[in-house]
Design a protein around this ligand. Structure first.
Ligand code: ZN
Length: 161
């Protein structure tokens, strides 16, 4: 990705499955998010759509599943002991739960709840979905050396450390 523009783009977004109401919006929390272009911070289809845009531009972009969270893999289901789930959550089919795994928290969707085990779908909740984004560019700037070496944005909309 060394030929990608080394810029930081900060933007507001809302995202919806095509034809559905928005699932998520940065406008609700009020804070735009920031991405280091070329670093894989955001899904590839969205990164592509942001390149070359200017501050103040507002546009819609449709990102097909393959350039978003990937296609669904029907084989990606697993039976997990109930003890690995947070006890305060009433498990039911369709519910998305953050499961603690050795690779960190991972969102899974509950398929079936048994006495002591739970069948879950390990696909990302947005896998297989063509997504429609509404984007508004808030800031475009060059990335700092430090940001480039870390592979993410520092400051507003990014990491604080
Ligand atoms: Zn950092």
């Amino acid at each position: 990705m060394s030929d990608a523009p080394q810029q930081v783009i900060r933007f507001h977004y809302s995202v919806a499955e095509i034809g559905q109401p928005p699932m998520e919006s940065s406008r609700e929390g009020g804070e735009p998010i920031a991405a280091l272009i070329g670093a894989g911070n955001i899904i590839p289809g969205l990164e592509k759509a942001l390149i070359g845009k200017a501050v103040g531009e507002r546009f819609a972009v449709v990102v097909p599943a393959a350039e978003a969270y990937g296609e669904r893999n029907e084989a990606l289901t697993q039976r997990v002991p109930k003890k690995y789930f947070p006890t305060q959550i009433a498990l039911q089919p369709g519910l998305t739960v953050n499961l603690q795994t050795q690779q960190g928290p991972r969102p899974v969707t509950v398929l079936k709840v048994g006495m002591s085990v739970v069948d879950v779908d390990l696909n990302h909740p947005m896998a297989g979905k063509d997504l429609s984004f509404d984007i508004e560019i808030v800031e475009v700037r060059d990335a700092s050396e430090e940001e480039l070496s870390h592979g993410h944005v520092h400051g507003d909309g990014g990491h604080h450390h």
